[in-house]
Ligand binder design. Structure first.
Ligand SMILES: [Zn+2]
Length: 180
């Protein structure tokens, strides 16, 4: 694992079926492409495509119709920028199959930020041990946590070691989500 992979600390539920179905789709796609697999795909294997882009530059790639929409994702980003007092180009936010984000110990986590490419992975369900799944308050919290990683990297406030240690008050003070 590269040192610039910062994972979220919440352990999620395991959803291997969804992960497997995505892998099967990839295998089928590979069968149709000449030379598939001969090149490493860019951006840690996730590529750079997106479905929608917001005014902040944030780009969102949905997993399916249940993924949080651009307006909410960008609202979380704006609030985190204001709280952290950092303005930075919006990251690429990718909603990935539930249970597919692993940390260095192969433990499921709900989010991960690639600092080098400004890419944030968010588990599409965002659960804590099978509860709070798909609740906007918790999904928003996961997004804001990863946004803090990105913004404090962009501003130069934290070193990579400090990122791993979550050595900044913004991880607490900027990640609450209040919903109507
Ligand atoms: Zn984190």
């Amino acid at each position: 694992m590269a040192i610039n992979e910062i994972h979220h600390s919440f352990v999620g539920a395991y959803y291997f079926m969804s992960l497997m179905s995505r892998r099967i789709k990839w295998i089928l796609l590979c069968l149709l492409l000449v030379g598939c697999g001969s090149q490493e795909s860019p951006n840690h294997g996730y590529g750079y495509s997106y479905d929608e882009q917001g005014e902040t530059g944030i780009r969102v790639r949905y997993l399916d119709d249940t993924s949080p929409r651009l307006a909410f994702v960008e609202q979380m980003y704006r609030e985190t920028m204001t709280c952290a007092n950092v303005a930075a180009p919006g990251p690429l936010v990718i909603f990935v199959p539930p249970g597919s984000i692993k940390d260095a110990d192969n433990i499921n986590v709900n989010g991960k930020t690639y600092l080098d490419t400004g890419t944030i992975l968010i588990d599409n369900d965002s659960c804590i041990n099978g509860v709070l799944c798909k609740t906007p308050a918790f999904q928003g919290h996961v997004m804001k946590h990863e946004d803090v990683h990105w913004l404090l990297h962009w501003s130069g406030k934290l070193t990579e070691d400090q990122q791993f240690a979550h050595a900044a008050p913004e991880f607490i003070t900027c990640t609450n989500v209040s919903l109507p």
